[in-house]
Design a protein around this ligand. Structure first.
Ligand SMILES: C[S@@+](CC[C@H](N)C(=O)[O-])C[C@H]1O[C@@H](n2cnc3c(N)ncnc32)[C@H](O)[C@@H]1O
Length: 247
């Protein structure tokens, strides 16, 4: 059942769902990539910024950060977390910046929200246009050919509103350019249990095709999906971190 309650009605529980994510390590890793490949500038834009946890870390590391997201409830939370930052409600597949930035990030596989190959291309072109000379674009992605439909992550957390159980996993039917992120959110309070099922349409792309889309715009470096050390991608794993230098 399609729906995106997580980013609208349930946005107040998004951070609870992500409590296990090491946002500091992710932000620091990308900061290192910017030091290795970038132009030493500090202008930063986070695409699909959600509630702004990465923006917070980049500001604290000395960046002039801004964020964009398509869902206003997420941006409202981001603005509370990062009052110094500028946030705008925009589609990452066709956005504008007031001045070029040095680093553009897109975390937590959010680039897949572009939802089709045509829109993914538009996203890549928008990013290229928004970066200044020597600018870097960093994001993580999953290869459609290596998705395991039986694999999911789950996590339980207590909140003033009840006991929450979140689970999520990719689903790809094995053909075409559409995969989905399936989420199940369960809340139990005062003996009553409510369940929400979200299904988010995402673009399915192989890494070979993704590299082809990026090639006209960027010199691309691919790393294993690890944030505590940089290991060149082995060409086999289905999750990777992309560092793309504007050409
Ligand atoms: C998985 S969350 C990631 C949020 C944040 N980057 C993080 O790491 O916690 C995905 C985010 O993408 C946003 N999003 C979905 N489609 C989008 C689009 N077309 N343009 C911009 N943001 C989008 C959602 O509103 C949501 O906040």
């Amino acid at each position: 059942m399609p729906g995106n309650a997580l980013y609208t009605d349930l946005s107040g529980y998004y951070d609870l769902m992500c409590a296990d994510i090491d946002y500091r390590a992710q932000s620091h890793c990308v900061h290192r990539l910017q030091q290795l490949f970038g132009n030493a500038g500090t202008g930063h834009l986070d695409l699909a910024c959600g509630t702004g946890p990465h923006v917070r870390h980049f500001i604290d590391a000395g960046y002039r950060s801004s964020g964009l997201d398509i869902n206003q409830p997420m941006l409202d939370r981001a603005a509370l977390r990062c009052p110094e930052a500028r946030f705008s409600r925009q589609d990452m597949c066709g956005f504008r910046v007031s001045e070029p930035v040095d680093l553009i990030t897109c975390f937590l596989y959010s680039i897949h929200y572009s939802a089709s190959i045509e829109r993914l291309e538009a996203c890549i072109a928008s990013v290229h246009g928004a970066l200044g000379v020597g600018g870097v674009f960093c994001f993580n992605a999953v290869d459609k050919n290596r998705i395991d439909n039986d694999s999911f992550v789950s996590h339980t957390a207590r909140h003033d509103d009840g006991l929450f159980h979140f689970s999520s996993g990719w689903h790809y039917r094995g053909a075409g350019e559409r995969q989905s992120l399936r989420l199940r959110i369960e809340r139990t309070a005062a003996g009553d249990t409510q369940v929400w099922h979200d299904e988010h349409p995402m673009v399915a792309v192989s890494f070979a095709a993704l590299l082809e889309l990026l090639a006209p715009y960027f010199e691309v470096h691919v790393f294993e999906h690890e944030y505590d050390r940089l290991i060149p991608w082995d060409g086999a794993s289905g999750n990777a971190l992309f560092a793309c230098v504007k050409i």
